[in-house]
Design a protein around this ligand. Structure first.
Ligand SMILES: *[C@@H]1O[C@H](CO)[C@@H](O)[C@H](O)[C@H]1NC(C)=O
Ligand SMILES: *[C@@H]1O[C@H](CO)[C@@H](O)[C@H](O)[C@H]1NC(C)=O
Length: 149
C-alpha cells in the first residue's frame, strides 16, 4: 500500500509538469484579407465553433479578425470558417483540436509549446495557412484551399 503511494508521486509530478504546457497554451487564430489592393470586394468572414458564433466580419484589404481560446486536453474544439469574396466563397476548419499541433510550434523540450497561433490569409487564388507569420519567410505560407465559385 505504502509502496504504491510512493511510486505514484513521480507520475503525479510529471502530470503537473506537463499539464500547463499542454493545456494552458492559449490558441490564437487570425484571419486576414490579403487580396490585391484593387479588389472591389471586401472579404466577409463567419467563424464558429459548436459553442461560439464569432459573427460576420467585413474585412477590407490588410484587415484581420482574431480570436483566442483555451484548448482542453483531449478536447474536441473545432472552429469552422466560411469566407466570401465577391462571387467566391470557401468553407474550412480553422482549428481542429483532434489534430495534434494544429497551430502549435514545439519548444526545445518535446512537450513544450513555443507558440500556438494559426494565421489564415485570404488571397486572390485561395486560402493560405502559416503558424509563424513571418512576412520575410514566404515559403512558410502554404495554400490550403482554393476559392469555389
Ligand atoms: C496591404 O499590405 C501590403 C503589404 O504590406 C501593401 O503593399 C499594400 O499597399 C496594403 N494595401 C492596403 C490597401 O493597405
Ligand atoms: C484582435 O482582435 C481584437 C478585437 O477582438 C482587437 O482589439 C485586437 O487589436 C486584435 N489584435 C490584433 C493583433 O490584430
Amino acid at each position: 500500500m505504502w509502496k504504491k503511494t510512493c511510486s505514484s508521486v513521480p507520475a503525479i509530478l510529471l502530470i503537473f509538469t506537463l499539464l500547463p504546457a499542454l493545456s494552458i497554451s492559449k490558441v490564437h487564430i487570425y484571419v486576414t484579407n490579403s487580396v490585391p489592393n484593387d479588389s472591389p470586394n471586401p472579404v466577409t468572414t463567419h467563424c464558429q465553433s459548436r459553442n461560439d458564433d464569432l459573427g460576420y466580419h467585413t474585412l477590407h484589404v490588410n484587415q484581420s479578425t482574431n480570436w483566442s481560446f483555451n484548448p482542453k486536453l483531449g478536447g474536441s474544439t473545432l472552429f469552422f470558417c466560411h469566407l466570401w469574396w465577391g462571387d467566391r466563397n470557401v468553407a474550412y476548419n480553422a482549428y481542429e483540436e483532434k489534430i495534434p499541433w494544429f497551430c502549435a510550434i514545439r519548444g526545445k523540450l518535446p512537450w513544450q509549446i513555443k507558440r500556438n497561433t494559426c494565421y489564415w490569409e485570404a488571397r486572390a487564388d485561395g486560402i493560405y495557412f502559416n503558424k509563424v507569420n513571418d512576412p520575410n519567410d514566404s515559403p512558410s505560407w502554404v495554400k490550403k484551399y482554393p476559392w469555389t465559385v
